[in-house]
Ligand binder design. Sequence first.
Ligand code: G6P
Ligand code: MG
Length: 219
Amino acid sequence: SKKAFIFDLDGVVVDTAKFHFVAWQKLAAELGIAFAEAENEQLKGVSRVRSLEKILEWGNKSIDQETFDRKLIQKNEEYLEMVETLTQDDILPGVHEFLLRLRESEQPIALGSASKNARPILKKLGIHDLFDAIVDGTDVSKAKPDPEVFLNACELLNMPAANAIVFEDSIAGIQAANNAGMISIGLGEAQNLSEADEVFESFLDMPQDYQQQLLNKTK
Ligand code: G6P
Ligand code: MG
């Protein structure tokens, strides 16, 4: 049978989560706000604007709109400088092979990301054309954990939500998948992603027979 395979981008397909972390940490430091792994975990899957709002909330700080906008532009410029260094080697282990296997068996594939930089990043990595549909931060109005991004992806693939499998590294993204009634598979540390239906450290840890079982799995 066919499933809709929906992939998050940052931290699932490509190792850009570390770049977001570096850029947010620098911005927080400039504002005198503490920012470590635990805070970063809360920002995964969260839009650029909402991320800065959260950092300000944590630091109990407010800044005027002009400064807010300038900080975000600066953050994105620093992030994109790091993105410039990306090569195919930064595709996370096992992802490329998995995508190719899915294509071979003609399974519908989509990207479901909060990032506004998703399309250029996929092009840079040379894997843009492996996706049948792309829904990113430029297409949606409601952020994860709202299911909009994944529901849109299903619609573009012409598949029902109940037949979708979502791969996510963020808490917000796992919640979005669950809210959509989709199977949620976490990539990362099990303790962070306890709400996922299943968690693997990486695609390399996902057994071949599990991949096969996914085709028949229901929520
Ligand atoms: C993803 C990342 C977040 C990032 C968001 C927006 O969800 O996990 O860390 O803030 O996309 O990305 P952008 O590239 O638009 O700043
Ligand atoms: Mg992610």
